[in-house]
Ligand binder design. Structure first.
Ligand SMILES: [Zn+2]
Length: 208
């Protein structure tokens, strides 16, 4: 189906994130994902690791491994670049911080435009609705706020979708994303060129 196409050009998001946070110098080898952090995951990676209320609408980025294979995590000062050129359309409070919505110039030929959404963020000072951004510009940092003791640690929740141009501005939010009349979700990992590994589902994430 045409709506499931991915943008022709890959994003340098991962490279840029490593560069502007000095992660290569910190020993970065590859991203690491608990299965519950992946697109469409049904399981939680925090707390009791029960079931999510709905399939995961993106990916959660916070873990990576170094060359010896030790698990490391992004800290709260981590700066987050935008995936593609575009315009900041909306900033909203979420349960760990704020969400930044960005629309991009690319459309799918069926009335939908490419959007990316960054959850649990602390937006940079200049980031306001209407602000034009270039791929790789820093738009936010991870939030300093911690979830409840059983909640997830600070992380970037990243969603990518084709969003109905007619309905996006009035109706798009984390709930309506699941309505295919509003959004067709994409796996952000498919738009990125980056090495990663998937952790054992039983791996402990507490010590990293
Ligand atoms: Zn998430």
């Amino acid at each position: 189906m045409a709506g499931h196409r991915y943008p022709a050009k890959k994003t340098n998001f991962s490279e840029r994130l490593l560069e502007c946070n000095g992660l290569r110098e910190a020993g970065f080898d590859r991203w690491a994902f608990h299965p519950g952090m992946l697109f469409r995951a049904r399981e939680k990676w925090w707390g009791d690791r029960g079931t999510r209320p709905s399939p995961h609408e993106g990916i959660d980025l916070c873990l990576y491994t170094n060359e010896p294979g030790h698990l490391l995590k992004l800290d709260e000062s981590t700066r987050i670049p935008v995936m593609f050129d575009g315009e900041v359309t909306k900033i909203e409070k979420d349960y760990l911080g704020q969400s930044v919505y960005v629309s991009h110039g690319t459309d799918d030929g069926h009335g939908r435009r490419l959007w990316t959404m960054y959850g649990h963020m602390r937006p940079s000072d200049h980031i306001k609705p209407g602000e034009r951004v270039r791929q790789g510009d820093i738009i936010a940092s991870l939030t300093e706020k911690r979830g409840k003791t059983t909640g997830p640690r600070p992380h970037l929740h990243l969603t990518m979708a084709w969003v109905s141009q007619e309905r996006a501005f009035r109706e798009l939010n984390w709930e309506t994303l699941h309505d295919p009349g509003i959004a067709i979700l994409l796996d952000p990992l498919n738009a990125m060129d980056c090495p990663y590994r998937i952790l054992d589902p039983d791996a402990s994430l507490e010590s990293c």
